[in-house]
Design a protein around this ligand. Sequence first.
Ligand code: SF4
Length: 202
Amino acid sequence: LKLGYCYFPEKTLDEYKNNALACTNCKLANRRTNVVFGDGDAPCKVMLIGEAPGKDEDLSGKPFVGRSGQLLTMMLESIELKRPKDIYITNTVKCRPPQNRDPEKEEIIACNDYLQAQIFHVKPKVLLLSGSPAMQTVLKIKTPISKIRGTWIDKEVDYMKMPLKIMVIFHPAYLLRYPSKEKGSPKWLTWQDLQKVKKYLL
Ligand code: SF4
């Protein structure tokens, strides 16, 4: 099945989800238990794109349910965003890469129509890109996350009428590796970033 951006308004998000559940567009289909399409209401004021499903997500079919997901849920609740009603969450690719490796370029490209359709239907006021694959896929840049995180970016895309309001943030799996909450630590920086999101949404 090949999709095209011009079809986004023609199908509902559920129809795209059903297509993804049967998708064999890339080799990640071979070893998955479940396709992890996304979780949340659509439209939704905030959307977050992570990297790829891990073991817990592959088993449950839901994004961000393992340790990283628990941390993400706490971070979101700290700025009064409750899953699933206040935030739609998905990943750059919908099937788990083996041994949790990074998704490959061909896999990201094969899955990109689903991602664009999700953004189109969710119509987020704020789009959070968590981790390098999400940043590189949507923004088409390779800047280190430490240099770009926490900055508001307005991005024109051909599948949305309005520019997307985007912020890049550290991935929760990265934050789990650095327990410190001291000033300047990744957790402290992410807290500052989330406060900016909260202020913008008020
Ligand atoms: S990762 Fe995306 S493109 Fe690849 S099989 Fe899964 S749904 Fe299809």
